[in-house]
Each structure stands twice: as C-alpha cells, then as structure tokens.
Design a protein around this ligand. Sequence first.
Ligand code: G3P
Length: 218
Amino acid sequence: MKFFIDTANLAQIQEAQELGVLDGVTTNPSLMAKEGISGDANVKAHYKAICAIVDGDVSAEVISTDYEGMIKEGEELAALDEKIVVKIPMIKDGVKALKYFSDKGIKTNCTLIFSAGQALMAAKAGATYVSPFIGRLDDISTDGLDLIESIRIIFDNYDFGTEILAASVRHPMHIIQCAEIGADVMTGPLSAMEALLKHPLTDIGLAKFLADHAKANS
Ligand code: G3P
C-alpha cells in the first residue's frame, strides 16, 4: 500500500519524506489556500517545491470546470515536473478530460468520488487514480469504507489498472481498514501515519529495557 500525504505544507511533506515511508503527495485548492498560496506563478512554484522534496507522484488540481479549461490547465501543470499528476473533478467534462490525458500518457487523479458508479466512469476514462473520500462520507453517517470495498470488487472483476487512492483519511484505523480491503494508496495527514507506529506497550517495554540496562551497567 502506498502512503501519500494530503497537505501542501512543505515542512510536513519534508518530515514525512524523512520518515522514509512517503510515496507521494496530494493537494487540493483548499489545502493550497490553507498555506496562503495564491496567484498562478506562486501556485506553480509551490508545486515545483513539493516535487523537489518527494520521490513519488504529486497531485495538482485544476480549477477550471469546462473541458477546454481543464485541458489547458492540466497541460501546464503536467509540464512543471514529471511527478505531477493532474487532479480532475468527477464531473462530465472531467471524464472527457481524463480520457484526453490518458490518451496522452499524462497521469490523472479523479477527485471527489462518492459512489462506485463515479469510480467506474473514471476507470473507464483511463484515470490513473480515483479518490473516494472516506472521511466526508463518514461525516454524513455513511460508511466510507464500504465504498472502498465496492470499488475494489469492481476494479478486480475487470482488471482495471486504475488505482484506488483512499482519500479524506482522518485517523489510523482508516489506514488499517483500507489496507485490509486492499486500497492501492491512502492519502492522509502526517498525524494519522505517525499514530500507526505508537503503542503504549512499546513505550513501557522500551523504558524497562533501558532501566534494566542502566542498572546492570551502573
Ligand atoms: O485531498 C482530498 C481529501 O483527502 C480531503 O480530505 O479531510 O478535507 O475531507 P478532507
């Protein structure tokens, strides 16, 4: 399972990269705005800065919602760095844009997926990744993990090459359950990744080992 970090914060991306478990980055317009990044030149410079830190794919989202606009923006984003994956919303023109980029060999991430039907459409159009939003479904009392399971079954039935990128991950159990289901990728905050490595018995065990060592060597 690949681990992507879902942020535009350079310090957190650097920290995850140094941890040695990072496979890529996802961003969205809200995450860019959160970092105070605005204006075309600044946005592009920020994507380049992210690409300079990580070894894997970096999703950069288009703002346009019409076909021509998405193609123009997506081509500009893809030209920034070979790590850039063009992130396209699940709308009708978006599906057409997915097909266009797929035919050109440019990687895509179809975002705002909330149903298996949407994932199937994106896969048919040749999306590299689909991003079902688990946490936002949980927020409306609908089990987001059921959607991951359903998409997994459909993609496996037909050997779709499209990868399931579980997004809107909020906590470590989301990551573990996505891994059990077989999501190809998860994208979440650094806090959720770091929570995976914690266990109180590890801390207690280590303290005891060190205390016993200190006693024996005093
Ligand atoms: O990047 C898309 C997705 O991961 C957003 O997550 O927490 O805003 O629902 P969240």
